[in-house]
Design a binder for this molecule. Structure first.
Ligand SMILES: [Fe+2]
Length: 251
């Protein structure tokens, strides 16, 4: 693939980092030294993507009683919208404005942190909304059930491992069910807004199920009881969407 050099000026980011720093001038000097970095990223040659902020596929109160309406409204209209808005600002001028998020994630380690945090937040929440449905929907397909049994031994063992990833994620982050490059399934956790598509992820693959374990996702209703929120999640899975994503990932 043809290579193209993208020059990313990280003035805004480094200025933000320096702001409020107790070390003052020293950090400013370090920030100035790092203001311009050159990264080599292959030129995007796929179909041009227009990044849009999609409507929530159900009403704010549709996931009651497991996820309350106020949490959903804040989560979607403030947090998710904020990640999208900031992603659009961060991608401007990089030459990647119409690149797919998958392409950006594949080269994440060479790109500005603002793209990692906000691109991740934008993508992860879109996936999260899509794999939820009021009261849950459908069941794991025979193909997905077989893959789950092969990878984890049983559906119960899979859920136990997923719950462990979700409750054990230190601080803010996500739990995932993903399809690895050999088409086998794995469970993982990622910090902040990282996801398994990113080249910085410990376990890489295509995510087909996601659970947001940031406090903004559950604190209003569950306070510090993340485990109860994680247990409630299983009442809301849109298995038809997960089945579809599984088939897309292995084909
Ligand atoms: Fe979130």
């Amino acid at each position: 693939m043809k290579l193209k050099h993208f020059v990313f000026t990280t003035l805004a980011l480094t200025a933000l980092t320096a702001c409020g720093s107790p070390s003052g001038q020293q950090n400013n000097n370090q920030a100035e030294a790092a203001q311009t970095e050159t990264s080599t990223v292959p030129e995007y040659s796929g179909i041009a993507v227009e990044h849009t902020f999609a409507a929530l596929p159900y009403a704010y109160d549709a996931l009651e009683p497991y996820i309350d309406a106020q949490t959903m409204e804040l989560h979607y209209s403030r947090h998710h919208q904020g990640y999208y808005n900031n992603f659009m600002k961060a991608v401007e001028g990089t030459g990647l404005e119409n690149a797919s998020l998958e392409f950006i994630f594949e080269h994440m380690s060479k790109l500005p942190t603002a793209l990692r945090n906000n691109g991740g937040g934008y993508y992860n929440h879109s996936l999260f909304w899509s794999v939820l449905a009021p009261g849950g929907q459908g069941a794991p397909s025979p193909e997905l059930s077989s893959a789950i049994e092969e990878a984890f031994g049983s559906m119960e063992a899979f859920q136990e491992q997923f719950n462990k990833a979700a409750t054990g994620q230190f601080g803010s982050g996500w739990a995932w069910l993903l399809v690895k490059t050999d088409d086998s399934l794995a469970v993982s956790g990622t910090p902040n807004q990282d996801n398994p598509l990113m080249d910085v992820a410990e376990v890489r693959g295509t995510p087909i199920l996601a659970l947001d374990v940031w406090e903004h996702a559950y604190y209003l209703k569950y306070q510090n009881m993340r485990g109860e929120y994680v247990s409630s999640f299983w009442n809301l899975i849109n298995w038809e969407e997960v089945n579809h994503r599984y088939l897309m990932a292995i084909n």
